[in-house]
Design a protein around this ligand. Structure first.
Ligand code: DOR
Ligand code: ZN
Ligand code: ZN
Length: 427
């Protein structure tokens, strides 16, 4: 398959290219990037007015497979990702059973090979069954191909055990993707601990529940030399701590999710569980700090924490409903509307945080539009405005607080391994 993408704005952090040019792909590889390519192609895509970036990489996705496939499965999640512009995703291991040994890693890999249009990587759990009691078979899972370990959904509260896991991660040079939440501090909470929670009469989760564990994880990373990656940072002090740790030379990286830089607890609609996620929506002060951190590159990554749940599950009360919202099909629009258009980050920083940096952290061959690299590419129409409609989501999950929101920025096409895996309908 030969694909020629014409007249797009090529934005590539790897080669530092930001210019209008043509991109020519052949046999799954980037063959030419230049002002005007004359090659004959099977498919010619006019990308005038669009960004052409390396395929997006989402380091934080819940695919719910095995065991909770009524919420999502490898195929539906990977297709939703392709629609969202992603060519690689990392699936978190908090499935049923938990992915804590090599055969379970292989299950997801085999399923992805048979039905996923994009690259699906599976992360391994840190402790058996995510019980926090004994280490999972981390070495076995590394041999099976996990790019990272994570206890996402909770923190490993036993610091000694966690440090042992970090030492294994150092030995094999993989990152630890950290969900930072003190289980006792957060217990029973269902939203941010602030005046809105008081008004709603709901139990809160304070910033300290997150900040205490971020601080601990940073100290453990100092002690072990582990490549620590902080998931879904939501507090103003997370920005301060990550900046401080980087200034001291720590190999730390950190991510922010679109809901945390877009919404505050004041945006919550009483009783609407689509605003319930973990960590919760914080305050204006926190959002401003997250934006500052994204602008100044304290935060390296934008990930979705795509967390699909069934309608019936989310139909319960704020206290009973599960935490989480879907994110794969709204991420690009929120990044462009909330960060790029208002000038918080440049399109180049968007490509860094959504592709180049994740590729580096995960050590995957991607995140680049250099000649010879895999033909994983996304074409984004930044000026297309529309209203988000959850019913059009490919994901099985429709749980989003962004339904009905007017946004700019639409994925026009996603190309993975030289194949067009998603193309928007031309109206
Ligand atoms: O909102 C969340 N949903 N946060 C998590 O940490 C877990 C996730 C899930 O698995 O649903
Ligand atoms: Zn988490
Ligand atoms: Zn998560």
């Amino acid at each position: 398959m030969k694909i020629l993408i014409k007249n797009g704005r090529i934005i590539d952090p790897d080669t530092k290219r930001d210019e209008i040019a043509d991109l020519y792909l052949e046999d799954g590889v980037i063959k030419k990037v230049q002002k005007s390519v004359k090659e004959k192609a099977d498919e010619v895509i006019d990308a005038s007015g669009c960004y052409v970036m390396p395929g997006l990489i989402d380091m934080h996705v819940h695919l719910r497979d095995p065991g909770l496939t009524h919420k999502e499965d490898v195929e539906s999640g990977a297709k939703a990702a392709a629609k969202g512009g992603f060519t690689t995703i990392v699936a978190m291991p908090n499935t049923r059973p938990v992915i804590d040994e090599p055969t379970r890693v292989q299950y997801v890999q085999n399923k992805a090979a048979s039905c996923a249009p994009i690259h699906v990587l599976q992360a391994g759990a840190i402790t058996k069954g995510q019980k926090g009691e004994e280490l999972a078979d981390i070495k076995g899972m590394i041999e099976a191909g996990i790019p990272a370990v994570s206890e996402d959904g909770k923190s490993v509260m036993n610091s000694r055990l966690y440090r042992d896991a970090m030492k294994i991660a150092v030995e094999y040079d993989i990152p630890v993707l950290a969900h930072c939440e003190d289980i006792n501090m957060a217990a029973g909470g269902c939203m941010n601990d602030d005046e809105v929670a008081e008004k709603f009469g709901l139990p809160g989760i304070s910033n300290a529940a997150e900040d205490i564990i971020i601080a601990r994880d940073i100290f453990l990373a100092f002690e072990t030399g582990c490549r620590l990656h902080l998931c879904h940072c939501s507090t103003s002090d997370s920005e301060l701590m990550v900046r401080g740790a980087k200034a001291k030379g720590l190999k730390i990286t950190a991510e922010v999710c679109p809901h945390h830089f877009t919404l505050t607890s004041e945006d919550m609609v009483k009783g609407d569980t689509n605003y319930k996620m973990n960590p919760p929506l914080r305050t204006r002060k926190d959002v401003e700090a997250l934006k500052k951190g994204l602008k100044e590159d304290t935060f390296d990554v934008i990930s979705t924490d795509h967390a699909p749940h069934a309608m019936e599950e989310k139909a319960g009360s704020m206290q009973k409903a599960p935490f989480g919202i879907v994110g794969l099909e709204t991420c690009v629009a929120l990044v462009i509307s909330e960060l790029v258009k208002p000038g918080v980050i440049t399109p180049m920083q968007m490509a860094e945080k959504m592709s180049y940096n994740p590729a580096k952290i995960l050590k995957v061959d991607g995140g680049s539009l250099a000649v010879g690299k895999p033909a994983d590419v996304v074409i984004i129409d930044p000026d297309k405005t529309y209203v988000i409609n959850a019913r059009t989501f490919v994901s099985k999950g429709k749980n989003t607080p962004f339904n009905g929101r007017k946004v700019s920025g639409e994925v026009a096409a996603t190309i993975c391994g030289g194949r067009i895996v998603y193309r928007r309908e031309e109206k």
